[in-house]
Design a binder for this molecule. Sequence first.
Ligand code: SF4
Length: 380
Amino acid sequence: MNICFEQGPIRPPSEAASLLIRVTRNCPWNKCTFCHTYRGTKFELRNVEEVKADIQAMKDIADQIAELSWKLGEGGRVNRNVMKQISNDRLYNDYFQTVAVWLYFGGENAFLQDANSLIAKTPDLVAILHFLREKFSQIKRITTYCRSHTAARKTVSEFEQLKKAGLSRIHVGMESGSDDVLALINKGVKASDHIKAGQNIRQSGIELSEYYMPGLGGAKYSIQHALETARVMNAINPDFIRLRTLHVVPGTELEDLVKSGEFQSLGDEDILKEIELFIENLEVKGSHLVSDHILNLMEELEGTFPEDKSKILHLIKRYFDLSDEERLIFRLGRRSGSLRMLNDLDDKEIFSRLKAVVDKYTADGGNLEEDIDKIMNNYI
Ligand code: SF4
């Protein structure tokens, strides 16, 4: 079974169940000081025929999986029995596993890769979207990443064509609405580009998901970062606002700035205070705040504005109302994957297990903060 296709390295957390279609390779900018994802790689546009061949290969595999399902008496469905057969039979390679897993989890969403797919020509993207929708008519949502630099230069009419061809949602890494922070991280755009880009997308009717990176201004710009990002979000009013906390990645230019003392990183709690300030200043209407990244301390900061604003702020207050020891236990539990929400602290067994670890560090004089930081390195 010599069928294969190409896929890139990343997608947003919310696209975990999406079929990944590689429209471009790597990042055309590749200069943000905090980002390591595409370092050492060269950006390439893929031609439409190449991308269509990948989609056709996925379709051929999906057809063979459906055939297998019928043979197994499962009526074309991809269930545990079909998955077991695909996992156990060496006849089915990794490409089959990828498509089978996608179908098993519903087979309804697709994500166009890599970092800035919309830099491709609009007619090419339209052709790819049509082909994808034609081959997989069950797809309900197609999403992609786009840099504000690109989206600010595409016209509303181009976005409308993409929407008509089936593009449902665009994820934009705003990171910050502060020009000082954007310059510091070499994002290659200004706040005004973010606003223009966001408004172009919103005007076309395509859903927009904007990412804010708490902590990215370091100690120096924390307040400005929160206030300016809230201002830019308010001007765009995106459908989704996603939190993706900064963790300085070893080997990046940002790490060099940390080492030289030019960038002073914030700890978990100062970052949470920054998020609190950001939320206090959000005046969006109908935007949904999501905290779905593993690097965020509080996953439960989720809700629609303005109605859930006070509920979200109350959750942050609840965290700060905990004792010093409880907060440390929560942070350790969250970072080690033992708990997710504040309410999980009520689980006596988990709580005492985590408390025992904290007590041991205290007794031995160990550096728990350093070890929590090391755990976070595994999440990037
Ligand atoms: S635009 Fe995105 S992928 Fe490219 S360097 Fe910046 S953060 Fe990384």
